[in-house]
Design a protein around this ligand. Sequence first.
Ligand code: KG4
Ligand code: ZN
Length: 337
Amino acid sequence: MITLGIETSCDETGVALFCSARGLIADALHSQMDLHSAYGGVVPEIASRDHIRMLLPLIQQVMSDADIERPDAIAYTAGPGLVGALMVGGGMANGLGLAWGCPVVPVHHMEGHLLAPMLEDEAPRFPFLALLVSGGHTMLIAVRGLGDYETLGTTLDDAAGEAFDKTAKLLGLGYPGGPLLAELAEDGDDTAYSFPRPMLNRPNFDFSFSGLKTAVMLEVKRIESSGALDLRRADIAASFQRAAVDTLVGKAVKAAKLHGMNRIVVAGGVGANRLLRKEMVKHFTGDVFYPRFEFCTDNGAMIAIAGAMRLADAEDAAEIRAVARWSLDTLDVPSLA
Ligand code: KG4
Ligand code: ZN
């Protein structure tokens, strides 16, 4: 069975074909990064328009790459995300589903992220602890089976990726800043500044990154006034990255131990961070799983595999679903009214 996956929740148009017998058979991604970078963040209207422009050509491309005329099912990201952008994917999925007479499965974007490592040869088995770290989310989830998710902790303010992006902006780097900051950090000394590890010693599994961001901002202002910022930027980046990674790893390892999980999955855009990957493996005695680098950030492959796994109990969608805020704990779809 071949499932077409469509991802349009934010600023990447992702399309892929997942075959239950052969695995991933085609995958295409168009990033809108250049369109949004001038604004320092994603502009929803521009995002929706560009998804409209790119989606059909990308679907045609993967069908031609895989040499198929139609898939057996379609999965699309129904939320959470930008509603206009989601509607583009939902509209296309439901239109094609009608035309092809195949089932259409709405997928939770974060479920896509947490199932992305299932695309790899060494896929995790259930149960596992998932650390989902992206531009919009920071979550620790006990994953006991498909659709059986318990959120153990989340961020009280900024998401991890947002903290990377905002800190990168303070350092004069472009958008999205996460990968640029990580690159700059490679030349820096991560012990140069002692930034806070927020909430690390609290007994719960929530995160907070705004204090860390403020600490970096105050330090940047202090150094700027002495005119030495250029010399210290790499050290600041490295010290910030170390503080953020220590917090994420510390909390995830503690949660896994408490909930008796011997597998951790790290997914979402920040999961591409090399220091995070290295430190998680170093500090966790169980097995650590990641998607390949390109499937950490938004992509169609994770939606295709999540849809394929969900298809057994999915109903044909009668309406187009596009949900801006959607709890992963209850995968009931809230009414759009
Ligand atoms: O999952 P994703 O592509 O989109 C959302 O659903 O938000 O995540 C994007 C986030 C951005 O904040 C980006 O800066 C961050 O992931 N990111 C990174 C790295 N690569 C992407 N953060 C730190 N280190 C990286 N290597
Ligand atoms: Zn994402």
